[in-house]
Design a protein around this ligand. Sequence first.
Ligand code: UD1
Ligand code: UDP
Length: 372
Amino acid sequence: MQKTIKVLNVVGARPNFMKVAPLHAALQAHGAFQSMIVHTGQHYDEKMSDIFFRQLELPQPDVYLGIGGGSHAEQTGKIMMAFEKIVLEGKPDLVVVVGDVNSTLACSIVSAKCHIPLAHVEAGLRSRDREMPEEINRLVTDSVADYLLVTEQSGVDNLRAEGVAESKIYFVGNVMIDSLVRFREKAAKTSILQELSLSPKSFVLMTMHRPSNVDTKSGLQNLLQIIEHITSLKRVVFPIHPRTRKQFATFGLDSQLHSLSNLTLLDPLGYLEFLNLMENASLLVTDSGGVQEETTYLQVPCLTLRENTERPVTIELGTNELLSMDAHQVNQRVSEILASTTVRGTIPPLWDGHASERIADIFASKLFQNQE
Ligand code: UD1
Ligand code: UDP
């Protein structure tokens, strides 16, 4: 009889939950795996963490490290110390990390040093902007991973250009889109539109949390000008990330934000409610990584307020556009998009709702091979 493969799936921050949920489900359904969840606790609020376990049908974590916030070194170091104990005690056959957050980085380094095979889901993405903490996390994680599971062709090209062995690279598609496909119908049944008195395509949905946009007073002042302009055209719905909420308060700009009319400011939303709003929005204005992909799949226009993106396929094939955080330029483009009736875009290859199953098959064939 074949031994079960013990897999530790790491989650830490909001964008990790929708990536690990379908993967955990696929590993469980496969039969070859004992799939476990380790939550670092990088994100810990009910609305940044617990709600996703319920809505995405993720079981409670097998291990909760409770790390919380801190400087990059503090957060990464604390996760490494706690995760090393888990790995040494639990002796997994494989550690799976997703995305590009500090939890991804910390658990990757630990796994590599403990000689545990490491899989990185969403490997190969590059913004080529090393001022982004996520870019450092992506580079380090990919350099120590054994299985590099890639969402788009640019990821394969980047890894090849960096000299990664072909045998480690797998173009599997997008696990975040697996969650979207799985939960789209359920999301459509939520009552969020009615609760906010919104009709379809009557509003702009916004999310912002990149340090490069929200950690300076001038960045937030720019953002206020952009929101004010959009609210003159359409209602703006803005579920506000805790980092951004904190920064508005720190720079004394929260009363200005709250005084804007035609703006609905909300706490971070659940996955299902947010998905429903995305699908019904006229436009997304964001700096999120995942939202660029989700809007591409949903074929909803997306304006990403950043200098670069690690997800170029969302521009080449999808509905995404990049603009720097320059209020004049952004406001002009928002007006044009809202006045237009055409939406371009096609769905990228392998974004079909089955990436997690492909990953489970790869793990099964490779890890059983290694045990023989
Ligand atoms: C993190 C990720 C970023 C990702 C984002 C997704 C890193 C370096 N950054 O950014 O890549 O795009 O998550 O949302 O890993 N806070 C709360 N409650 C929470 C979580 C955070 O109040 O549940 C506040 C705390 O003040 C905390 C701050 O937000 O210090 C920043 O949290 P942190 O996880 O360090 O970075 P994010 O900005 O959330
Ligand atoms: N999201 C959510 N509620 C919100 C805002 C976003 O559920 O209020 C979801 C979004 O649909 C996507 C994920 O959170 O699935 C993206 O996470 P985030 O923008 O925090 O991180 P990033 O992708 O930028 O790393």
